[in-house]
Design a protein around this ligand. Structure first.
Ligand SMILES: C[S@@+](CC[C@H](N)C(=O)[O-])C[C@H]1O[C@@H](n2cnc3c(N)ncnc32)[C@H](O)[C@@H]1O
Length: 244
């Protein structure tokens, strides 16, 4: 089998990432909405739909940040379901309970590293991570962890930035993300450098078929598939965990 992309084995140091998100947490949601024009919100909803989530399901959202995806799941699985949101950055997570309350849903938020989840095997019907996998120190280990805590037949759902397929749109996107995004992020959070890092990490992280290969290498999936959003600006990946 061909060697996996080294970026999948070695991401940025965990402590640097935790500090980075700690420093932008207060403006994260606002900056995100301004940068993506609210697109990311629609894509999280799309991921929930594609996961097949239904009332009563148990769902874990890892690297949940300020909780948006966990909250979207909680709306669908209802009070008979169980939604859990974890992140290793306390400053990001601190905003989540209030948002869940405002949305009228119950989510159990707690601190946890996505590469070492504090849950038994086969606990959840769906395990997700949105815009988090490229930031973990070892993406391949994180995928194995997500799959480990997911039930046989359950779904591992990943939303991550990708590579635009159309070269003209790609150069416009690259210009926007290189020149405008760090400025917006800098204005809102006072940390332009954090958004320069996020832009670089996004442009260097493999997507589409190459990412699906990583999921297959992580093992334990019956089927892996992906959907390109806006010509590849982001991707939704879905892995169906092998039945026992
Ligand atoms: C770009 S934010 C995404 C937040 C949220 N999922 C969303 O869709 O907006 C990335 C999040 O990943 C978290 N993160 C990065 N590495 C992590 C790890 N190893 N374990 C848990 N959380 C991690 C960061 O703290 C941050 O909150």
């Amino acid at each position: 089998m061909a060697q996996s992309n080294p970026r999948f084995e070695q991401g940025p140091p965990a402590e640097d990432i935790r500090n980075l998100f700690g420093s932008i947490a207060h403006g994260y949601d606002k900056a995100n909405d301004w940068m993506t024009g609210g697109l990311a919100r629609g894509w999280r909803k799309k991921l929930v739909k594609q996961s097949g989530a239904k009332p009563g399901d148990h769902v874990l959202d890892c690297a949940t940040g300020t909780g948006d995806l966990a909250i979207e799941f909680a709306k669908v699985i209802g009070s008979e379901g169980k939604a859990v949101g974890t992140d290793f950055c306390k400053e990001m997570l601190d905003f989540a309970p209030e948002k869940a309350k405002a949305a009228g849903v119950v989510v159990d938020f707690s601190l946890a590293d996505a590469t070492q989840l504090p849950f038994e095997d086969n606990q959840f019907d769906i395990v997700s991570i949105a815009y988090g996998i490229r930031n973990v120190s070892n993406p391949k280990t994180a995928i194995s962890e997500l799959r480990r805590v997911c039930k046989p037949g359950g779904k591992v759902m990943i939303l991550e930035t990708g590579d635009q397929q159309n070269p003209v749109i790609r150069s416009a996107f690259n210009w926007y993300f290189k020149n405008i995004v760090p400025r917006i992020g800098g204005l809102i959070t006072g940390k332009k450098s954090a958004y320069e890092y996020l832009q670089n990490s996004s442009s260097q992280f493999p997507s589409g078929k190459e990412f699906l290969k990583l999921m297959q290498e992580a093992g334990g999936f019956e089927v892996t598939e992906c959907t390109a959003l806006m010509g590849g600006a982001s991707f939704i990946y879905k892995g169906t965990v092998k039945s026992a």
